[in-house]
Design a protein around this ligand. Structure first.
Ligand SMILES: NC(=O)c1ccc[n+]([C@@H]2O[C@H](COP(=O)([O-])OP(=O)(O)OC[C@H]3O[C@@H](n4cnc5c(N)ncnc54)[C@H](OP(=O)(O)O)[C@@H]3O)[C@@H](O)[C@H]2O)c1
Length: 246
């Protein structure tokens, strides 16, 4: 596939969806700057992905980082995927700190990079893909503020799309809503807790999620929404495929 991007930044690049996204972009000939905090996992990703991958051990919520990386690397694709593992407990067993965890990481980093993308700005034709969650539509009663943090990401992305259009920047903003999957560390932990809450074993709960969404499907979805000019602002991605939603 011929792609219009030379350089991409992927946050949360060291494992799970982010690592698969990096592999898919690099296979398409795109250089990737991969951001995550843990150096060891980032270096393992570098060993696996090769010289197309530039590891950057940093906290993706840092606004100065977002500005500096955009200035230095001039990416034309941002994949804002970093996310904290939610504290799994019903609402009355959360503290404000645990409840707001995903606001402080997931939402804050999307805010920081989206703001930098508009203010720098990215070059015309650039695309910003933000990782939200299917929890935005269904709720996630054991995950504290997770669903609301991910809903805020969807709003930030849509506000940015409007500002891009108003300023004639030609930067496209797309939000992806992946279905819960046991295929990553984050999803696997959530599956365990939702199964226990429903009083079923893990295998039975996983059966209810079939077909299971894989990180490779998420990576393919990122590539499709980034390269499809006619793309919608928001897509659900599940094991059954990609579906635009309004
Ligand atoms: N798995 C699912 O079922 C599912 C469903 C819907 C949406 N999502 C969303 O998809 C995204 C990826 O999820 P995943 O399942 O692949 O999770 P994961 O396997 O836990 O990976 C999360 C990635 O984010 C990085 N990260 C976390 N906090 C960071 C920070 N402050 N700065 C930089 N990097 C940070 C992690 O590395 P470090 O910890 O080393 O920084 C890691 O690379 C998340 O936003 C998640 O909410 C997941």
């Amino acid at each position: 596939m011929s792609v219009p991007f030379q350089t991409a930044v992927v946050t949360g690049a060291s494992r799970g969806f982010g690592r698969a996204v990096c592999a898919t972009l690099i296979a398409a000939g795109i250089s990737v700057v991969g951001v995550a905090r843990g150096e060891q996992e980032l270096h393992a990703a570098h060993d696996e992905l090769g010289k197309g991958f530039t590891p950057l051990a940093a906290d993706a919520t840092d606004e100065a980082l977002a500005q500096n990386v955009i200035r230095e690397h001039r990416p034309s694709l941002l994949v804002l995927n970093a996310g904290s593992t939610p504290h799994m407990a019903p609402v009355h067993e959360q503290s404000w700190e645990t409840f707001s965890r995903n606001w402080h990481t997931d939402t804050r980093h999307v805010f920081a990079w989206t703001r930098a993308a508009l203010r720098k700005p990215l070059a015309p034709g650039s695309v910003v893909v933000a990782m939200s969650s299917g929890a935005v539509l269904a709720g996630s009663p054991l995950s504290g503020g997770y669903a609301s943090a991910k809903a805020a990401i969807r709003y930030i992305s849509s506000y940015a799309a409007e500002e891009s259009q108003r300023a004639g920047l030609d930067i496209r903003f797309v939000t992806l809503l992946p279905q819960l999957t046991p295929a990553t560390g984050l999803g696997s932990g959530a599956v365990e807790d939702y199964a226990a809450r429903q009083g079923v074993d893990r295998a039975t709960f996983i059966d209810s999620l079939q077909p299971i969404l894989t990180p490779e499907q998420v990576a393919k979805a990122v590539m499709i929404v980034a390269t499809d000019d006619a793309s919608a602002p928001t897509y659900q991605v599940s094991g059954a495929g990609l579906r635009p939603i309004s």
